[in-house]
Design a protein around this ligand. Sequence first.
Ligand SMILES: [Zn+2]
Length: 76
Amino acid sequence: MQPSKEEDDMAPRLARRSPLRPATKLCPRCLTPLTARSKLGGWLVPQDYYCSKCGYAGTVFLEKEKSEPASEPEKV
Ligand SMILES: [Zn+2]
């Protein structure tokens, strides 16, 4: 009897980031909170965003997470 080694590699990898995590999409130009242009965005097509301040429109955005624990000591 030889155990299969493939099972370990076939295990699904869970994403560390939760989709429910509160995050603000920011304009890469002026850091203004972006407005989603399409309701279908993120499902059928990539979500694109619009900045009402500088007129930027696109799928590129900066993400700002709320209450991020910044002081986490690294152990080497
Ligand atoms: Zn902008």
